[in-house]
Design a binder for this molecule. Structure first.
Ligand code: ADP
Ligand code: MG
Ligand code: MG
Length: 200
């Protein structure tokens, strides 16, 4: 089937949660090198709670049900992820076509950029969100699996690009040149999010 269903969205978020919980130490280590070392805990604890609360018949409802636990979680990333999933929750209340997916991520990523005052090159989660969103908007594929596979490749490349950047937002910006070679953990987690759709 070409359209993402609520069941697909639930499986996707669960796969993302499993990845983050399994590999939280990797994210924490990056945040330790470029921040305060709590990122794996912040996102992992929010996703553990989200895992127990996921609910809904369409993707929008599923993403909405996952957003609240982020708003309540600690760190700068909590409200940003909460907003991202919350805006996805404002998407169409039926199965999502590829254009629906593209539109929903366009809205959600735009909201995070505005709240964080972050653009590509600032070494944040936005460095992975923007190319993934662009891939969804420009894909020639009409199947969500293939479109999300392209988004994952773009998000991964965006995350990798943060090594070599001096941060302009968040705690890593306090370290300047000293954190240049460190991957941004927020951007890595966004790559994991899109990669989690592969294989569900
Ligand atoms: P804190 O610095 O409060 O401990 P977290 O560890 O929860 O924050 O989250 C750090 C992540 O948040 C970073 O890796 C980065 O991707 C993201 N981030 C930080 N500031 C911003 C911002 N202004 N806009 C977008 N993302 C940001
Ligand atoms: Mg932190
Ligand atoms: Mg912190």
């Amino acid at each position: 089937d070409n359209e993402l269903t609520g069941a697909d969205a639930r499986a996707w978020l669960l796969a993302f949660a499993d990845r983050v919980v399994a590999d939280a130490d990797e994210l924490t280590e990056l945040d330790r090198q470029a921040g305060d070392g709590d990122f794996g805990w912040n996102i992992g604890s929010a996703l553990k709670r989200a895992r127990a609360n996921l609910d809904g018949d369409d993707p929008a409802a599923v993403f909405q049900s996952g957003s609240d636990t982020f708003l309540a979680s600690g760190g700068t990333s909590g409200p940003l992820f909460g907003l991202w999933f919350g805006r996805l929750g404002a998407g169409p209340s039926a199965s999502w076509s590829v254009p629906d997916l593209a539109g929903a991520f366009e809205t959600a990523t735009g909201a995070v950029r505005r709240l964080g005052k972050a653009e590509v090159g600032h070494k944040t989660m936005v460095d992975a969100m923007v190319p993934a969103t662009h891939a969804l908007a420009t894909t020639g594929s009409s199947h969500w699996r293939e479109a999300l596979r392209e988004a994952a490749v773009a998000a991964r490349a965006g995350a990798e690009s943060t090594s070599g950047m001096v941060a302009h937002r968040g705690r890593a910006s306090y370290l300047g040149e000293r954190a240049r070679e460190v991957l941004d953990p927020g951007a890595v987690s966004i790559a994991w999010f899109f990669e989690a759709a592969d294989g569900i």
